[in-house]
Every structure is written in C-alpha cells, then in structure tokens.
Design a protein around this ligand. Structure first.
Ligand SMILES: [Zn+2]
Length: 129
C-alpha cells in the first residue's frame, strides 16, 4: 500500500488519508475502492472528450484556413485544379482537402491538448499495491 489515497481535484497520490497535500482543495479518496477508480476513469474520460472536441474545432479551422489561404494567396493554385487532378463539381475536391488536413491536424492536437489527471490509472499494479 504505497500511496493508495488520491485527490480527485489534482490527481496527486499520497500515503495517508485526509486533505490533499499537493493542492489542499479537498479530501483524498481510497483508490482501493472500485467506485473511486470508476470516478477517476470518468474524470479522465471527460478530460479526453473535452480535448477531442477542442482539437476537432481547431482542426476544422486549420483545414479551412489552409485551403482558404491557398485559394487566395497561392498564385496558380486554381490552375493546378484540372491539370494535376480533375476538379470535382461543387468544389468537392477542395472540401475533401480541408477534411483531410483538418483530420490530421485534430489528431495531432488531441495528443497535445490531452491532459490526463490520472495517467497511472491503468497501471493497476501501482495503485493496488
Ligand atoms: Zn489535490
């Protein structure tokens, strides 16, 4: 039983029950309790979903901004369309490029924005022993 008590507010662990020594915001909970581990999982899940949502919004903006900037600022951008590849009606090809750029930008940002409070949660051994 190294540090079984965890602070839900900041994720710090400590050996003794009582107020959190790291942030002092609240009492620590016992990680040996299944319900506490579920709560920790839910907190991290919520943080992950928040990071994904934010990353997706920024990714969409980056995708649209990149293609928009290419259309306006890159000379000859429109001439490539039809020469390198056939343009699709309704600018579907441009929307596709935005989506691809946005997707990869958001996947990269997810990793940057994700801040797990309990990164040690899946290391079951460390929590229980
Ligand atoms: Zn704390």
């Amino acid at each position: 039983m190294a540090k079984p008590w965890v602070c839900i507010d900041c994720g710090a662990r400590q050996a003794d029950k009582g107020a959190c020594a790291a942030c002092g915001k609240g009492d620590t909970l016992d990680t040996r309790d299944e319900k506490v581990r579920e709560l920790m999982y839910d907190v991290d899940l919520r943080l992950r979903q928040k990071a994904e949502t934010r990353a997706r919004m920024i990714g969409v903006a980056i995708g649209m901004g990149t293609i928009g900037a290419c259309m306006v600022l890159v000379p000859g951008y429109w001439k490539l369309r039809g020469r390198l590849y056939p343009g699709l009606p309704g600018l579907i090809d441009q929307w596709f490029f935005m989506a691809v750029i946005g997707f990869f930008a958001s996947k990269l940002l997810e990793r940057v924005l994700l801040m797990q409070r309990f990164p040690y949660l899946n290391e079951q051994q460390q929590i229980v022993d």
